[in-house]
Design a protein around this ligand. Structure first.
Ligand code: NAI
Ligand code: MG
Length: 508
């Protein structure tokens, strides 16, 4: 099986003239502060690579304290400027325009994302970039639907002849630091910016150092859409420097973070200085429970796609599968067949179904999980090898014979690696599924609606899918239980991250 998973290492030219120009000039991209671009005060830059080839495609600024100070000051000034004076309708119209501009620049944004991150064309073009536009559309509507409450107080010490009336309003939490990861850069950025702006906040965004190009381009499009200067600022740079300085900055009121659990903990520590509000969308080890009556025609491709989509670099990926013993061999054979049929290649090749993982470091990390599983006696059913001149392609991999003590079974691998185990009793499978520090998502594959309903309530996860996995919509909120984080992205609930309640109480 392994031998049949091969790499096509041809790399077509980008369609977009802007991206061809980028590749020809390998520019240095500057920070976006107060409506314009500027170099880091120190002049420091980082290389940004195409992970499929290891070639440098651009440089980005490595922002330091002076740059963070400038960006936070711009965001704080903008908080009470023209942005605050706009009606909800005016803010909404800008967000709708941002969505239209994303659509109008679709090829460029897709190709930038592919070159920077490695993802296949179909992932960028048919899933993530249009979904980014739709986050802005959804929250454009929400911007006009913010509401408070009228209260019914029973206060009995008002002056004679007077009444007490009270109500609540919702106000923007202030300056938001949005810190985002590299797996799905533009959509995860949109999931922070759209609700933050709908709530009336201003933002300093720190994209991942591996994938900052679409965030910088989005800032330009947002300016074109009419966003006033300073409402969105983008500071690029290393997490342990730029990210840490931003997270600690006392001019920031709120941190909205997506990334690893370890960095999430560092962010909570950094928030303590001025008790910033924090929301965290962290890792996962999401289980798929495949019951004996599952419809295999949808279960096999569904579970396979749930782990191999975007190379498994998806926070909700179903990286564990617990499959009823009566169908275990059949399902594993089916997923292995699906894996063998995947076309590995450069994301710009429209046939590609599996691209490289984001970096050498990530490839090494994934490989070390596979090696350690092998050493512990697990069985590699298919895959397990790195491919390509730069070594960042990893074959889709299925591992059986693991247990919850093995790192590959209990830690987030963030690669195209599925661990799968058989069960006899669904209550055992449920126990294994919940025996995890994580609680981000899970899926149940069955034709029995009662089993699906019962298990969906028993799984410890922020999202449970039934007969599908990794299905997203702006209306559906996403977020974690346990160490997968707190707070929710997407859906109406995301607004709660960016709004404070204010109570107003009057004697009239
Ligand atoms: P990370 O969590 O360190 O990076 C996410 C973002 O945080 C990036 O923008 C980074 O620059 C920033 N950052 C890093 N250190 C920071 C700090 N001390 N203060 C403030 N910001 C900081 O993720 P990393 O190290 O790139 O990936 C490691 C593992 O994390 C992956 O192998 C994967 O398992 C997991 N991960 C999970 C993601 C998810 O969506 N749940 C996304 C990306 C990574
Ligand atoms: Mg890159």
């Amino acid at each position: 099986m392994t031998d049949s998973i091969q790499l096509d290492d041809t790399c077509p030219q980008p369609q977009s003239a802007a991206v061809r120009e980028l590749l020809a000039s390998t520019p240095t991209k500057e920070l976006f502060i107060n409506g314009g671009y500027q170099a880091a005060a120190s002049g420091a830059v980082l290389e940004t690579l195409d992970p499929a080839t290891g070639k440098t495609i651009a440089h980005i600024a490595n922002a330091g304290q002076a740059d963070i100070d400038a960006a936070v000051l711009a965001a704080r000034t903008a908080l009470t400027g023209p942005w605050a004076q706009m009606t909800p309708l005016e803010r909404s119209m800008i967000l709708l325009k941002v969505a239209d501009l994303i659509d109008q620049n679709m090829d460029e944004l897709c190709e930038l994302e592919i070159l920077d991150q490695g993802k296949p064309w179909f992932v960028a073009r048919w899933a993530e970039i249009p979904a980014a536009a739709n986050q802005f559309r959804f929250f454009a509507g929400q911007a006009m639907a913010l509401e408070g409450q009228t209260l019914t107080p029973s206060v009995n010490y008002q002056p004679p002849g007077k009444q007490v009336q009270a109500w609540t309003v919702r106000e923007p939490v202030g300056v938001v630091a949005a810190i985002t990861p590299w797996n799905s850069p533009l959509i995860l950025t949109a999931m922070k910016l759209a609700p933050a702006l709908a709530a009336g906040c201003t933002v300093v965004h720190k994209p991942a150092e591996l994938t900052s190009l679409t965030a910088l381009r989005l800032a330009e499009l947002m300016t074109e859409a009419g966003l006033p200067a300073g409402v969105l600022n983008v500071v690029t740079g290393e997490g342990r420097q730029t990210g840490a300085m931003l997270a600690a900055h006392t001019g920031v009121d709120k941190i909205a973070f997506t990334g690893s659990t370890a960095t999430g903990r560092a962010i909570v520590d950094a928030s303590k200085s001025n008790l910033k509000r924090v929301s965290l969308e962290l890792g996962g080890k999401s289980p798929a429970l495949v019951l004996d009556d599952a419809e295999l025609d949808i279960t096999i491709p569904g579970v396979a796609n749930g782990i191999f989509f975007n190379g498994g670099q998806v926070c909700v990926a179903n990286s564990r599968a617990y499959i009823h013993r009566s169908i275990f061999d059949k399902v594993i054979e089916g997923i292995a067949g699906y894996a063998a049929g995947l076309k590995l290649g450069h994301g710009l090749n429209q046939e590609t179904q599996l691209g490289p993982v984001v970096s050498q470091l990530q490839a090494e990390k994934i490989e070390s999980y596979i090696q350690s599983a092998k050493q512990s006696g697990a069985t590699i059913v298919t895959g397990g090898e790195r491919l390509g001149s730069f070594g960042t392609f990893i074959q889709p991999t299925i591992i059986t014979g693991t247990n919850n003590k093995m790192p590959v079974h209990c830690e987030e691998v963030f690669g195209p690696v599925l661990v799968a185990e058989p069960f006899d009793d669904i209550n055992d499978a449920l126990k294994w599924a919940n025996d995890s520090d994580y609680g981000l998502a899970g899926s149940i594959w069955t034709q029995n609606l009662s089993s699906a309903q019962r298990l969906s309530r028993q799984l410890e996860a922020g999202t449970v899918w039934i007969n599908t996995h990794s299905m997203f919509d702006p209306s559906m909120t996403i977020g974690g239980m346990k160490q997968s984080g707190y707070g929710r992205d997407s859906g109406k609930q995301a607004l709660d991250n960016y709004l404070e309640w204010k109570t107003i109480c009057a004697v009239i």
